[in-house]
Design a protein around this ligand. Structure first.
Ligand code: CTP
Ligand code: CA
Length: 224
């Protein structure tokens, strides 16, 4: 019956999801990345599509199959992900920002492979801030219902609530990462937080977490 409730809500709704890491090029052979696997975002996309939602998935570099009935757009860098989101956010009911977007990119990407200098034992890379994609969407007048993630290694709930407010999000999913938790794992533990509600979902598969997350949205939120 939980599944029926999910279908009643999600049938015909449109959902935009970002997933995976972004890669920021240093030169033609090197990049800055992170440990996000994309599994959580892909699980949400798969479950939402099964529930009847129209799903667009903007994926960073991941090694995952596209779920059935999901429109997938592949990107590499945060700037490319931002472009894709800007093209799609206005036509959806819900935006879920599950991607681990790089906070910084390399200021001047080298056009040729950077050579190791023989006269120096150190080298400095200048980084500049990337746009905050989910905060940008949450500022638009025609914004959808906006859901962020907060992957934290400490003070999880406190940091997540701070992000909910600071980025003007409708909801945030907090998870503890590091060691064996979160990023590369098939399991996750999420705390779902809105201004009014908070629900802790104990450790379970990412597809179970996806189901609980989509049900939480269906239960708690009146989406225009
Ligand atoms: N996010 C984003 N664009 C960025 C950085 C983050 O859209 N440039 C989104 C993530 O997809 C996630 C949320 O913001 O939904 C929180 O990401 P997180 O890295 O936890 O937050 P930051 O604001 O970057 O803070 P910090 O890394 O310092 O904890
Ligand atoms: Ca960050």
């Amino acid at each position: 019956q939980a599944w029926l409730g999910l279908k009643t809500f999600w049938q015909g709704k449109s959902l935009l999801i970002t997933a995976g890491p972004t890669y920021e090029n240093i030169d033609p052979v090197r990049f800055i990345g992170n440990r996000s696997s994309g599994k959580m975002g892909f699980a949400i996309a798969e479950t939402a599509a099964k529930a009847g939602a129209k799903v667009t998935l903007i994926a960073g570099p991941v090694n995952l199959a596209t779920p059935q009935n999901v429109k997938r757009i592949d990107v590499r860098s945060a700037e490319q992900m931002f472009d894709a989101v800007q093209q799609h956010y206005a036509s959806v009911d819900v935006f879920i920002s599950a991607a681990a977007v790089a906070d910084f990119r390399v200021a001047d990407m080298a056009q040729q492979k950077i050579k190791k200098q023989s006269d120096s034992d150190e080298m400095t890379l200048k980084l500049i801030k990337n746009p905050d994609i989910v905060a940008w969407v949450a500022q638009q007048v025609d914004k959808p219902f906006v859901v962020g993630f907060a992957a934290e290694t400490q003070n999880v709930i406190e940091y997540a609530k701070d992000k909910l407010v600071r980025k003007n999000l409708d909801m945030i999913c907090a998870n503890q990462v590091g060691d064996n938790l979160g990023f590369e794992s098939n399991e996750n533990e999420l705390v779902l937080i809105t201004a009014q509600h908070q629900q802790t979902n104990p450790l379970s598969s990412k597809s179970q977490q996806a189901l609980d997350l989509l049900s939480f949205i269906a239960k708690n939120e009146a989406i225009r």
